[in-house]
Ligand binder design. Structure first.
Ligand code: HEC
Ligand code: HEC
Length: 435
């Protein structure tokens, strides 16, 4: 009995600590996943790299004053401490939403925005929450009036985008007016254009801020650096279990077919048959609806508010052909910092990483639709140990908290944080491990 115990224990230890040997092909694949490069420039946003625009954008991001009850800001559903998400299955602002909040880390790398890709630029995405009844439930006329009337916003805006003509006349600019309403249509075209222009510029400022939300220096990145330099010491940033999980991820488990590259996503859309849940719509068309929206929106990359309406982005948006295969497909999420972004999937259907991995392992409860179904997925039949290794690897994609300077509202004029931040200030101990 004792002998048996000794043997199994020794075998267990041996399995636990046996160094993982990566083949040249595996090494080549691993190197493709780190480091995270600089995000590409966005030529549709001329203020993409402007630091003053980013300061204004940061102030707007944390400001709850644009929502109907004055309590919801972008940060309400994209909190910096949990990788810019909200931690609940279906986001709720002024009303119940339909989908799960997405992480904003590395968001400037995306080609498409939202789970269904219904926005093709980061700035046009930022316009959506303002008039959405489930989010701010506000109006663009009120939004733009506040930029005119608040001295700090006015000064910050004018220093970046130029003069703001008066909006004091409430006959011309009726309070509470949203686009698409009879009150909106009754405004003159020039007045509508003015409101849209300022609204778009503020959204471009928010995009400039979001560009700064990046994940850096995870244990996985240190491991890859070690692999690249042949530095065994650095490679101990991942323990044996995490290394075995990595080997599965890029190998037998097939994850890299979709979660590939430094952001662990192909930036495309797939229908992997996640069952619906948590009060979201029972049949969500996903990308199918997103294509229709982005092609018809006048705020897309090909529209008049784009700073490059004939560029590559605009051509790409114009060239997609909507087909049945898009039905029910959703954007492959990045897996960077995934340990912080629970629950998972477009309706937050899975509460933890273990549940996600059990789904991929058995494909039990997979929702097979009458339309196209992704055929790459096969049940993996991994052992409990292999599932634990895979999960340990996913957890190694965690990077330190963002720098304090991004974590709260700033004075839009100076970019300096206020003396006593009001929104989720990090405590000193929480922000010690910052880059
Ligand atoms: C009520 C919660 C809520 C608020 C408020 C909110 N968001 Fe979101 N955000 C979401 C949800 C939910 C999604 C995914 C929605 C979808 O796919 O239909 C999302 C998606 C996004 C995305 C797309 C990310 C990607 O990878 O495609 C960005 C960017 C974003 N939000 C930024 C913002 C900004 C900027 C604001 C403020 C102007 C904001 N959000 C306000 C919940 C919210
Ligand atoms: C065919 C492409 C594809 C493959 C292969 C694939 N995934 Fe995914 N993954 C997706 C898509 C698409 C989603 C979002 C689905 C949705 O919400 O409906 C997703 C979601 C996830 C999520 C949730 C992330 C979040 O923020 O919500 C995790 C974790 C994940 N995948 C891990 C894995 C792992 C581990 C493997 C390998 C075992 C794998 N994936 C294989 C496409 C794929």
């Amino acid at each position: 009995m004792l002998l048996l115990w000794c043997i199994t224990t020794l075998l267990g230890v041996a399995e636990e600590e046996r160094p993982v040997v990566f083949t040249p092909t595996e090494q080549r694949r691993i190197l493709q996943h780190s480091p995270v490069p600089e995000p590409p420039d966005d030529p549709t946003n001329a203020w993409d790299l402007d630091p003053d625009a980013a300061n204004l954008g940061q102030a707007l991001f944390y400001d709850a004053g644009f929502s109907r009850n004055g309590q919801i800001s972008c940060a309400s559903c994209h909190g910096p401490m949990i990788a810019w998400t909200d931690g609940i299955p279906i986001s709720t602002g002024m009303g119940p939403g339909k989908r799960h909040s997405q992480s904003l880390l590395n968001v400037a790398h995306n080609r498409w925005f939202f789970w269904d890709g219904r926005a093709d630029t980061l700035w046009s995405q930022a316009m959506h929450p303002v008039e959405d009844p489930a989010e701010f439930d506000g109006s663009r006329v009120d939004y733009v009036r506040r930029i005119h009337e608040d001295p700090a916003y006015r000064e910050a805006y004018e220093s970046v985008f130029g003069d703001l003509p008066s909006m004091a006349d409430t006959e011309r600019f009726p309070p509470g007016t949203r686009s698409g309403t009879p009150e909106w249509t009754a405004m003159t075209e020039a007045d509508r254009d003015h409101v849209d222009r300022v609204f778009v510029n503020c959204s471009k400022a928010i995009a400039a801020f979001e560009r700064e939300l990046r994940s850096v220096d995870s244990p996985f990145d240190r491991f890859v650096e070690g692999l690249r330099e042949g530095d065994r010491e650095k490679m101990t940033a991942l323990n044996s279990s995490e290394q075995r999980g990595l080997q599965l991820f890029i190998g037998d488990a097939g994850c890299r077919q979709c979660h590939s590259g430094p952001l662990f996503t192909d930036f495309e859309f797939h229908n992997i048959g996640i069952p619906t849940g948590h009060g979201g719509p029972p049949r969500d068309p996903g990308r199918f609806g997103g294509i229709e929206f982005v092609q018809s929106s006048s705020f897309s990359s090909h529209g008049e508010h784009s700073d490059e309406p004939n560029g590559r982005k605009a051509r790409r948006t114009g060239s997609i052909v909507q087909g049945q295969e898009h039905w029910g497909s959703f954007k492959t999420p990045s897996l960077r910092n995934v340990a912080r972004t629970a629950p998972y999937m477009h309706q937050g259907q899975f509460e933890d990483l273990g549940t996600v991995l059990r789904f991929y392992n058995t494909l039990e409860d997979m929702q097979v639709q009458d339309h196209h179904q992704e055929s790459v997925l096969q049940p993996l039949d991994l052992t409990e140990q292999q599932l634990a290794d895979l999960e340990a690897f996913l957890r190694s994609l965690d990077s330190p908290l963002p720098p304090r300077s991004l974590m709260g509202p700033v004075d839009p004029r100076t970019g300096l944080p206020p003396p006593r931040p009001e929104t989720g200030p990090p405590t000193p101990s929480e922000s010690e491990n910052q880059p």
